[in-house]
Design a protein around this ligand. Structure first.
Ligand SMILES: C[S@@+](CC[C@H](N)C(=O)[O-])C[C@H]1O[C@@H](n2cnc3c(N)ncnc32)[C@H](O)[C@@H]1O
Length: 248
């Protein structure tokens, strides 16, 4: 396991502030894929000495629960490359210790960049993840464009784990509206992602089972929202959470 994201020992005042900010974010992650499922997927690949990306990596997760894919990664000889467009978020990954890394230990090398124009050569990664990112793009054309770019940087046989926590669909007096003002024609479905993956040439596409306990916990949150809105009779549904394993 890439057990702990071990932090640098000396922090600047600005880094201390960032760490405090991160502290408040622990537990906010709602990746519906369980640790066990990640472990079982990673066990199918030899990840020793491999380069793995995390596209749209968000903030450095400093608790193991906050990002279970990291806890499931092997701790030796792996190079994890978080890619983020947001400067503050990528700076948070720089708090992870990178200098003097023992060559037998895994390393984390964050890169600020746009996942639609990855700053890496063709076929330079063995695999990677992108968790809860694809559901943020409001344009359906973004899906094949993104998958084509990811396929470009993957080696033949390389894998991509793609997950989405989906959307909240609210119905009130026959009218439908979504969280963050998403429109019906902006919802990125697993079928769209699968069709786009086939189109751009991924060879194998499998559904990853989501963790019923995590879905249940989220459903309780959904009910809380619904209860708060019970006075105005709003019905809240969770739509299109998914996990997919694609292979180049
Ligand atoms: C909902 S957050 C998910 C973060 C993290 N993967 C997680 O599961 O906690 C989406 C992230 O994608 C990043 N992002 C959005 N567009 C991006 C782009 N074009 N390239 C790289 N990162 C991007 C955002 O800055 C944000 O941190």
């Amino acid at each position: 396991m890439l057990e702990k994201i071990f932090l640098k020992s000396n922090f600047t005042p600005e880094e201390r502030w960032l760490l405090e900010e991160l502290d408040g974010r622990i537990g906010s992650n709602c990746d519906f894929i369980s640790l066990k499922t990640y472990e079982s997927i990673f066990s199918k690949f030899d990840l020793k000495n491999k380069r793995i990306f995390d596209l749209g990596a968000g903030f450095l997760p400093i608790s193991p629960q906050a990002s279970e894919y990291i806890a499931a990664l092997p701790s030796q000889n792996l190079n994890l490359i978080p890619v983020e467009i947001n400067e503050l978020r990528i700076r948070s990954w720089n708090l992870a210790k990178m200098e003097n890394a023992n060559p037998s230990e895994s390393t984390i090398n964050p890169v600020r960049g746009d996942m639609f124009k990855l700053p890496f050569p063709d076929e330079s990664f063995d695999g990677g993840v992108s968790i809860n990112v694809i559901n943020n793009f409001r344009k359906l054309e973004a899906v094949p464009a993104l998958l084509e770019e990811i396929r470009r940087v993957l080696k033949p046989g390389g894998f991509l784990i793609l997950s989405s926590f989906g959307y909240y669909k609210c119905t009130k007096e026959g009218q439908v509206f979504y969280n963050n003002d998403f429109k019906e024609n902006e919802i990125i479905t697993s079928n769209l992602v699968q069709a786009s993956a086939e189109l751009v040439g991924f060879s194998r596409i499998e559904r990853i089972p989501l963790d019923p306990a995590k879905i249940k916990a989220e459903a309780i949150r959904k009910e809380e929202i619904e209860n708060r809105k019970s006075s105005d009779k709003t019905k809240v549904e969770m739509v299109e959470p998914f996990g997919l394993l694609l292979r180049r």
